[in-house]
Design a protein around this ligand. Structure first.
Ligand code: ZN
Length: 132
């Protein structure tokens, strides 16, 4: 396991891509829309980890609701795992709750699931595995 990326909700990728490019001294390496989630993402490499900026493609999407309620800021922490199915089983046995137990296709060639923040001290935790 490693911290694969940190997800940050932003109001405008246009503004935030400029800000993060100046902050990190490098450009994003990809922009990608995940239509099913109603989100547009922008990725930056930082050593072994990444920053994922998240912009709502529509206001009623999960990111749109998050921005509405909490405003811009850290949205989730993603742990990279070797085998997502094994980790889901292990964490279920440990009593953790998932938003959905079925891995879905996420951005950046990943299978992803989210743990429910009520079981992780209010932190939205994503598990992600590189797609085979
Ligand atoms: Zn993520």
């Amino acid at each position: 396991m490693k911290i694969e990326h940190i997800g940050i909700a932003v109001n405008s990728l246009e503004n935030s891509d400029d800000l993060f490019a100046r902050l990190l001294g490098r450009s994003n390496y990809k922009r990608e829309s995940v239509e099913r989630e109603g989100v547009t993402t922008s990725f930056y490499k930082i050593g072994e980890s990444k920053i994922e900026l998240l912009e709502a493609a529509k206001p009623e999407s999960p990111i749109g609701k998050f921005l509405d309620k909490k405003g811009e800021g850290i949205h989730h922490i993603a742990f990279g795992v070797e085998n997502i199915q094994n980790e889901i089983e292990r964490l279920k046995k440990e009593g953790f709750a998932f938003i959905s137990e079925e891995p879905k296709e996420g951005a950046d060639n990943k299978l992803v699931v989210f743990l429910h923040p009520k079981s992780t001290n209010g932190v939205l935790v994503e598990l992600c595995q590189e797609k085979p």
